[in-house]
Write a protein that binds this ligand. Structure first.
Ligand code: SMO
Length: 775
């Protein structure tokens, strides 16, 4: 691989743990979140939500609410265009009209002078609903005679095999590798066949700042200030729902208090817009914590079935898999798109020569599910790795040995046929093993305490979506970046992109500023998703900065009377080889009068990966970009009397391509492992038999605290990508992916019995211990 070497060989700007520029204002309470943002005259918007999971709206009368003094607007489905012709991938209307499909579905909204009036107005809206039988879990939704969540949904155009275009299946994706005859022979001739089914619950992103959107309507345009990860998606989706051209919607993003995948879609934005249009006043709609738990898109509940043929000498011969993911009542698109990733994720760590994988997304009468850091990776890898432990046990082989025999190595293809010329899984595993006692005997446990450990390798992707950026040389010699890349708390925009540009242009990081995301003010950006900010937005900025750098050198050459090739850019100055120099401020002012201000633009989209398709067919997501390589190790101690789990040691090796800011990487790994611990051991959004979310607060929904998170021993590996800036790859998502896998495997190792369902609660541990005794 060849990529440009660092332009400042001293590494002044990248590879340095620059301070987070947004840190001080956040910890001192000065940062302005959408929560804090308020135009003069802003009204309070509240949403009336359905109390039943499935039903027919017989009557909806908003008139009594409209008559209340201080109520400025009441909106229902009558105020928005109907959704006919909307694609199934994004099918949620702003307000329900005739049918209700989940508890919490918006029926109407009000804008009033204050919250008390708005609450009274909600209570005054008259609603009559005929409750109908609902399907609130995967099993009942897939039953042959199940009620259809979308009764006329077969009219949607879906690229799906004909036999599956029925029932509540939203979308199906599959991968076939090898011929049917080869596949069947592998199972017939296998020394062992192992089968498992794994189950996982919903996980809520629990951002500190809930969803909140403020909208105004001026001169026929909507202006939205909102807490989002993806301003252009909000613009597009809101425009689609309001049936206006996207250019009639402007999206501005103040400081964001956490996203984690949950803030990709328009949820409150269209509601705020309709209320603003009707009231002719700015309107702010804020989710309560209860609404945040009960109505926003969680990581989906799912089940993963795996069946594998294996040889006595520990080789995977063939594998079947079926993933069932709960879409909820409407599709945001994420769960559907990610169904494609699931089939690849299952076959991205080990060589699977023959495969039959299916991934199905199912409609249920429950709140729509959506993206969450790592999408379905945490449950696909949880299933794959605990299944691998089962395979090794079955043939009596050491699990480390089994993994080494099957793990993808350089030049191998993943199950989708994509060749990984740079696979660094063995190196990641070696990094972890050099820091743990894997080969030694475990430290003896105290009486009643059981110790176990596990090591899990991982390949993971970076979103390769498009980005534009512009870099300007200002009149004072400082640098300005305009981009719609969105800072969601990782530091990748506010600090990382500035480091990248500083490195290229040859200034200190504090001389570089970056604009806040505004769809009226910067180029397109694919949003803070899939760990793509540094990789994609950063690369666009690097390219823009390179164009500026060359213009500065040309201008300096003219001023210093030499060849541009002899100019170096150092600390805000253009320096002629061995002699005189001119400051960026002087260059800038000189250029203003000659050929105008200096600026450059850059754009990026990842190239298609390399394939050795052979007999692979059917993958809807065709390839992964910016693949990085990882290993996680955990050692746990289980209390046999109480079932409680202590994490004694947690070790990570993460390939980041190129470390732009090591301290920020450590922060991301720690945050991801923390969220992974929550998923593995505590978190579960439960839904009752009538479709109500049970866990609507932190009293019953337990997230890990600082007391639950052990020190994390991280080694950062640098295996440069061909595309990211200076070789950088995505960082923030991959480290959540293997956490549940490694913790569950370590607990199963400790208690001598497999656990196949998350979260691994003390109750499940005691249940498994009991089964182990009976066996
Ligand atoms: S789930 Mo992430 O925001 O791509």
């Amino acid at each position: 691989p060849s990529f440009e070497p660092a332009i400042n060989p001293s590494g002044r700007a990248i590879g340095v743990s620059s301070d987070r520029s947004d840190g001080v204002e956040k910890v001192t309470g000065q940062a302005v979140y959408t929560m804090d943002f308020e135009e003069a005259g802003t009204l309070v918007g509240l949403v009336l939500r359905s109390e039943v999971a499935r039903g027919r709206v017989l009557r909806l009368n908003a008139e009594p609410a409209e008559k209340i003094r201080g109520v400025r607007a009441v909106a229902t489905h009558l105020d928005v265009p109907s959704l006919s012709g909307m694609s199934v991938v994004k099918d949620q209307p702003t307000f329900a009209s005739d049918m209700i499909r989940y508890v919490g579905e918006p029926l109407a909204a009000v804008a009033a002078d204050n919250e008390a009036i708005a609450r009274r107005a909600l209570a005054a809206i008259e609603v009559e609903i005929e409750e109908l039988p609902a399907v609130v879990n995967l099993e009942s939704a897939m039953a042959p005679d199940a009620p259809l969540v979308h009764e006329n949904w077969q009219s949607y155009e879906i690229a799906m095999e004909a036999e599956d275009r029925s029932g509540n299946v939203v979308w199906q994706n599959g991968i076939k590798r090898g011929t049917d005859a080869e596949f069947e022979r592998a199972f017939a001739e296998a020394d062992a066949i192992v089968e498992d089914r794994f189950r996982v619950p919903r996980q809520n992103q629990t951002p500190i700042e809930p969803h909140v959107s403020a909208a105004s309507y001026r001169n026929g345009r909507y202006v939205i200030h909102t807490s989002t990860q993806f301003p252009y998606m909000i613009r597009q989706r809101t425009a689609e729902l309001l049936n206006v051209p996207p250019s009639q919607v402007r999206v501005v993003v103040p400081t964001v208090g956490g996203g984690f995948g949950g803030k990709l879609d328009a949820i409150l934005e269209p509601i705020a817009c309709v209320l603003a249009r009707k009231s002719r006043r700015p309107v702010k709609v804020t989710n309560t914590r209860e609404e945040e738990f009960a109505t926003t898109g969680c990581r989906e509940n799912a089940s993963v079935w795996l069946r594998t043929a294996v040889s006595a000498d520990g080789r995977i011969l063939a594998q079947s898999a079926e993933v069932l993911s709960d879409n909820g009542a409407y599709s945001s698109g994420e769960t559907v798109v990610c169904a494609g990733i699931a089939t690849i994720a299952l076959g991205s760590t080990y060589r699977i020569p023959l495969a039959r994988y299916t991934s199905k997304v199912i409609y249920t009468n429950t709140p729509p599910t959506a993206a969450f850091r790592g999408v379905n990776g945490p449950y696909c890898i949880f299933a794959v790795e605990n299944h691998v432990e089962h395979l090794a046990r079955t043939i009596g082989m050491d699990r480390r040995e089994f993994r080494m025999r099957n793990v993808i190595q350089k030049g191998d293809a993943m199950v989708n046929g994509q060749v990984l010329d740079d696979a660094y899984l063995l190196e990641a595993m070696a990094s972890v093993e050099s820091r743990v006692t894997w080969h030694q005997h475990a430290v003896p446990s105290a009486p009643g305490k059981l110790r176990g450990k596990a090591l899990v390798p991982l390949s993971w992707l970076t979103n390769g979506g498009p980005a534009e950026a512009t870099v300007h040389l200002a009149d004072d010699g400082s640098i300005m970046i305009t981009s719609a890349a969105t800072e969601i708390g990782t530091g990748a925009v506010a600090t990382g992109m500035r480091q990248i540009v500083a490195e290229v242009v040859g200034v200190s990081v504090d001389r570089v500023r970056i604009s806040a995301p505004d769809t009226d003010g910067g180029g397109f950006d694919n949003g803070a998703q899939g760990s793509r900010t540094t990789f994609g937005s950063g690369e666009a900025a690097r390219r823009a900065a390179t164009a500026v750098r060359e213009q500065i050198r040309r201008s300096a050459a003219a001023l210093l009377d030499c060849d541009a090739g002899r100019i170096e850019l150092i600390d805000g100055h253009a320096v002629r080889e061995g002699g005189s120099s001119v400051s960026f401020a002087d260059i800038s002012r000189d250029q203003f009068g000659k050929s105008g201000p200096i600026s450059g633009t850059g754009s990026f989209v990842a190239a298609a990966p390399k394939f050795d398709v052979g007999t692979v067919t059917g993958a809807a997501v065709t390839g992964l970009s910016g693949v990085s390589y990882h290993a996680h190790y955990a050692e746990v101690e289980v209390d046999a009397a109480t079932g409680s789990i202590d994490i004694l040691r947690y070790v990570v090796a993460q390939d980041v391509g190129r470390a732009i800011n090591p301290a920020m990487i450590r922060g991301q790994v720690r945050g991801a492992v923390a969220q992974g611990i929550g998923y593995a051991l505590y978190e579960e959004v439960r839904i009752d038999s009538r479709g109500h979310v049970i866990d609507t607060g932190f009293e019953s929904y337990r997230v890990p605290t600082v007391l639950d998170i052990p020190p994390i021993d991280l080694e950062i590996l640098e295996n440069p990508s061909f595309e990211g800036p200076f070789g950088a790859k995505g960082v923030a998502e991959p480290p959540i992916v293997p956490v549940a896998a490694v913790l569950c495997a370590a607990v199963s190792d400790a208690i001598g019995h497999a656990i196949t369902e998350l979260p691994v609660t003390p109750f499940r541990v005691l249940e498994a211990l009991q089964s182990a005794e009976q066996a």
